[in-house]
Design a protein around this ligand. Structure first.
Ligand code: ADP
Ligand code: MG
Length: 429
């Protein structure tokens, strides 16, 4: 995952059996977050990890906890995850590394059969992976107790808190003995996460993996200023030009299927969608169909998109500007993986999304600015006059659409939004 890797698996004091499993899975080198977190977790320390999506956080807690508890019987490990998909994916990784040691894994998620989960819990599985809401349901029904848990894991802590699981997390945490190991993993360090860490952890070691140059994916980022009613046509153009896989983000559940229907009407049929109200089977099917290539395009909300582990998406389209700037980074992180150049297109509504775009530019300003791809020919739609009626109006109508400068979001900061607006007005006069 990282080109400048120094640490190898043999440096991490893992058992020969574990080394063999890692080899079978095909992880050649530990990722940065794994190289730093695994030794601390093996020592029994509380660890607070902040590292971007896709950096390999799952194995960084699965490998050491399996290693530590593999010869014990009873339930010792509890991992909390924000969504059913993430819980299932994490359950799968625990099975991959735990089952060869005879460890059992129970996954408890909303939408699944309560009785089947109750039966699985009654077997005293070594590992429980659960969403906080569902786990609280089981606790209320007396389906399990948590006083034997020795290792508590908060995965995607920022997301769990954003989703409003704070109360459930408190209820769960209070029922687990204080003399436990706590691991907390998060893509971002929101104040809420720090607050939870202070409350739930005991003098944690911090692992913060900054985005390094080498791991920063190459993403060609385009920003299109256009009114809501022009978004669909623009999207259709992009989807016709783009031959690879496309991940489209929208800001509401309803919009995922509305947009899918609209695209179907416009003749684009290889598109599916996913949101959190869908039945579990439908969600799994949508992800599986997208992964297998049955559908080339998927429309998702942030919550759903975050957990879907799909590599090599050719193009991410932010049909709606994300409400949180950090989500922009998560969204576009779906593309540009494995050293390939990815594409990200963002649709922004003039007069509505200006603040959000500024916030993204500020956040991006810290990272290495992505460079436009030389020779790339793209139509750049500029923002119309803010006071003018909300109709689309290109800034440079004389320019041939073939000679186009891609605008990188990071450049918005360099030029300055206000200045750009001023420039625009002076050009118009
Ligand atoms: P995060 O939780 O940080 O977003 P994940 O744990 O979901 O990241 O891992 C992202 C992807 O990287 C997964 O497909 C996983 O299989 C892969 N991966 C994890 N660790 C390694 C490694 N050491 N070498 C290669 N691939 C890895
Ligand atoms: Mg993760």
């Amino acid at each position: 995952m990282n080109e400048t890797q120094k640490i190898s698996w043999t440096d991490l004091a893992l058992s020969p059996e574990m080394m063999k499993l890692i080899e079978e899975v095909g992880y050649d080198y530990p990722s940065d977050v794994q190289a730093q977190t695994i030794p601390l977790a093996l020592e029994g320390k509380d660890v607070l990890v902040s590292s971007q999506t896709g950096s390999g956080k799952t194995a960084s807690f699965v490998i050491p906890t399996v290693e530590k508890f593999k010869n014990k019987n009873g339930t010792y490990i509890l991992a909390l995850a924000p969504t059913r998909e993430i819980a299932q994916q994490t359950g799968d990784i625990f099975r991959k590394f735990g089952e060869p040691f005879g460890m059992q894994v129970a996954v408890c998620i909303g939408g699944a059969d309560m009785n089947a989960e109750k039966a699985a819990l009654a077997q005293s599985p070594h590992i429980i992976v659960a969403t906080p809401g569902r786990l609280c349901d089981h606790l209320e029904r007396g389906n399990l107790w948590l006083d034997f848990i020795e290792c508590l894991i908060f995965d995607e802590a920022d997301r769990m808190l954003e989703m409003g699981f704070s109360k459930q997390i408190d209820i769960i945490t209070e029922q687990i003995p204080k003399a436990r190991q706590t691991l907390m993993l998060s893509a971002t360090f929101a104040p809420q996460v720090e607050k939870l860490a202070r409350k739930a952890m005991n003098n944690p070691s911090q692992v913060i993996i900054a985005k390094t140059q080498s791991s920063t994916p190459k993403i060609d980022q385009m920003l299109f200023w256009l009114p809501e009613e022009r978004k669909l046509s623009k999207l259709v153009d992009i989807l016709k030009e783009e031959k690879g896989t496309v991940f489209i983000f929208v800001n509401s559940k309803e919009k995922t299927f509305q947009l899918t229907r609209l695209l179907n009407h416009r003749g684009i049929k290889d598109v599916t969608y996913i949101h959190s109200d869908l039945q579990q089977e439908h969600r799994e099917l949508a992800v599986a169909d997208f992964k297998s290539g049955k559908f080339r395009i998927i429309v998702a909300t942030d919550v759903m998109g975050r957990g879907i582990d799909v590599d090599d998406v050719a193009h991410v389209v932010n049909y709606d500007v994300p409400k949180e700037a950090a989500d922009y980074i998560h969204r576009i992180g779906r593309t540009g993986r494995r050293g390939l150049t990815g594409h990200a297109s963002t649709f922004a509504i003039p007069g509505k999304d200006d603040k959000a775009i500024e916030a993204i530019a500020k956040l991006r300003g810290k990272a290495a600015p992505a460079k436009p791809v030389p020779g790339e020919k793209r139509v750049q739609e500029r923002r119309p006059r803010s006071q003018a009626p909300r109709t689309y109006r290109p800034v440079a109508p004389k320019r041939s659409p073939e000679v186009v400068t891609p605008v990188v979001v990071a450049e918005v900061k360099k030029v300055g939004l206000i200045e750009r607006i001023k420039n625009f007005f002076s050009k118009q006069k």
